[in-house]
Structures are given as structure tokens and as C-alpha cells.
Design a protein around this ligand. Sequence first.
Ligand code: NAD
Length: 375
Amino acid sequence: MAVELNELRDQIDAVDKNILELLAQRLSLVQKVGEVKSTHGLPIYAPDREAAMLASRREEAAKMGVPPQLIEDILRRTMRESYASEKEAGFKCLNPELGTVVIVGGHGKLGRLFGKMFKLSGYHVEVLGSEDWTKADELLAKAGLVIVTVPIDLTVDVIEKLGNLPKNCILCDLTSIKAKPLQAMLDTHDGPVVGLHPMFGPDVPSLAKQVIVHCNGRGEADYQWLLKQFSIWGVSLCNMDAGEHDHGMTLIQALRHFTSFAYGLHLSQENPCLDKLLQLSSPIYRLELAMVGRLFGQDPNLYGDIILSSDENIQMIKRFHQRFGEAMQLLERKDKQAFVSSFNIVSDWFGEYSQQFMHESQNLLKQANDAIHRG
Ligand code: NAD
């Protein structure tokens, strides 16, 4: 039996080596695609091509008796790698006549990422860091685009120092809140103004499929090239009113980060052994622990600023606290009937989304399980 098994394993190893060679071949083709796209200024993310390619491969897989989801998983993972390597070919520069791109706070995490992307696109980038204000006039005099990316609580003060920008210079910011910085930019600078919020952190492998929200300030026509430049980087753009954005962020960022913070605080005080918890974890708990734990691997000031950035956030968190208390009363009354009927009300509210979310999360959970090594 051992001999038979070894022979089969040798054959599997040989097939895996073939897969590896094919992957290397695919990556090298993708690199060439990156060069062509860079020359012609085409976006690195082409949703229609991606969807059509996946549909064809799924169909072919089914005919060959290979589960369609298997080839889709493999190709999606391969494409993630491809987007990251296409990036290295650089990007077409859409506005070669632009003056300097000055990144205020450009030594920070997000500032470095944007600095790198503008350099990869052929722009001249300068950083105005916290120690550089004595040479600010000199730097800003040549600026065609100024990007403010400093901690949230300093943003408005920093914007107010930018009153002497060249008339046609575009002023924008990357702050996680939008209404206050946008108003400050409009009050400070008479030229084109746009508020931006990248909905991703600095650790993304590429900007393909990442979202940037843009809130119009002034001189929309003057900064269309900038939005197009982001598209070339693979970004999906989302235009939104600054107030509406901030309202959405109360749920998407403030409440979510705060509940993770409170859950982490609770865990740390209950003080379970994390190793044991991980051994016992189902994939869903492991994912949850990872999502909570990753918060505490980041900058507390950023999250503190996001949560504390508006009274609306605090009111939202208070309402959540109140509803948590109301839900607790069900438990204290040991009222299973009320629990079930509340559950059904929420289930009706989610409607078809609950099935869609079941499907999406199943895929994530399978991937989380694949990544586990139990030695
Ligand atoms: P960071 O702390 O890594 O960087 C901020 C930089 O600003 C630092 O280099 C700091 O020295 C510099 N700075 C401070 N005061 C300054 C001043 N007066 N003049 C010039 N530079 C000054 O923070 P970050 O994570 O890069 O976040 C920056 C901005 O990006 C924030 O407004 C945040 O809301 C936004 N943002 C961050 C993320 C993220 O995940 N990090 C995501 C989306 C948006």
C-alpha cells in the first residue's frame, strides 16, 4: 500500500510542479499586460474582462468535471497577485504639465502609499512633514496638487495654514471624515477643491477594486484628470455629499470600531488564554477574533479620532448601548419567545441580503479554514 501511495503522491507532486510552471508563465504574461496598460493609460482593473474570463473558465471547468468554484478561487487569488505585479510597471501620467504634488503629512502611512503611487505615475512628489513648515512657501509655490494627510484632529488647523497656494493648484485631503475638512479647504483656498476618503488602509497590495469616496468642493472640471488617474490605479470611485459620507461612517467606522474596542476590552479583562481559544475556535470565531485583534495592532490615535470625530458618532454608539441593554432584558426575563420574534424582525429587515451574506461568508469561512495549520 505504501508503494502505491508513494507512486500516486509522486504523480501529484509532478502535477503541482506543472501548475507552478503555468503560474510562473501566467505571471510573466501579466507583467507584459501591465506594461501595455501603463503605456496606454488603461486601468489595471477591468471588471468586464474579469467577469467574462471567470464565466468562461467556470463553464470549461464544469465540462471537465472540475468544480467551477475551484477554478474561480484559484483565478481570483492569482489575479490579486497579478494586480500587485502590474502596479510595478508604473502608470501613465495623465497630467504631465502638473506642478509638484505636495503631500502634507507624506511621511505617514497613507501619505507614503499615495506618494509611491504618484511617483509610479511619473509625477514629481515632495513631502511637507511636521518639521518642514519653514520651507513650506518654497515647496507650495510650485505645487499643482496639494494633498493633506495628517492625523484627523490636526487636519483643519493644517489646512488653515495653506492660504497661499497657487490659484490653479488643486487642494484635497484624505481624512476619514469629510464635512469639516472640506469646508476648511473651501474657506482657505479659492481654487479647485475636492475631499477624498480612501476606504482602505496603507497595507493593501494594490489599489485594484479599492474604493475612494470623493466629495465635490469646487472646480470639478479641473480635477477630473485626478479621478481618472485613480481609475488607472484600479480604484473604484464613489461620489458622495460630505454630510452623507460622514453619516454613513457613523455605522461603517465609528460604531464598528467602537464595538471591536469594547469587545477587546472585555476579553482583556476576562483574560482567557488566547492559545486555548484559538484551539477551540470555529472558523467564524477565528475570523471574528482576527477582526477584533487587528484593531489593536494599529494606531489607537487614528481610531480614537475617528470615533470621537462627531457628536453624531457618540449618539449612534449610545443608541446601540441602549439597544444592547434592551436585548439583555430578554435574557434576564429568559424570554425565548421574545428573542425569537425579535430575531425574525431583524431577519425580515435583512430580507434577501441574509441569503447573500450567508453565501459570501461561507466562502470567507472556507478560506479561513484553508489557512489554518493544525500541527
Ligand atoms: P499617520 O500618523 O501615519 O501619518 C500622519 C503624518 O502626518 C505623520 O507623518 C505626521 O508626522 C504628519 N503630521 C502631523 N502633524 C503635521 C503637520 N502639522 N504638518 C505636516 N505633517 C504633519 O496617519 P495615517 O494613518 O497616514 O492617516 C493620515 C490621514 O489619513 C488621517 O486623516 C486618516 O483619517 C486618513 N486615513 C487613514 C487610513 C488608515 O488606515 N491609516 C485610511 C483612510 C484614511
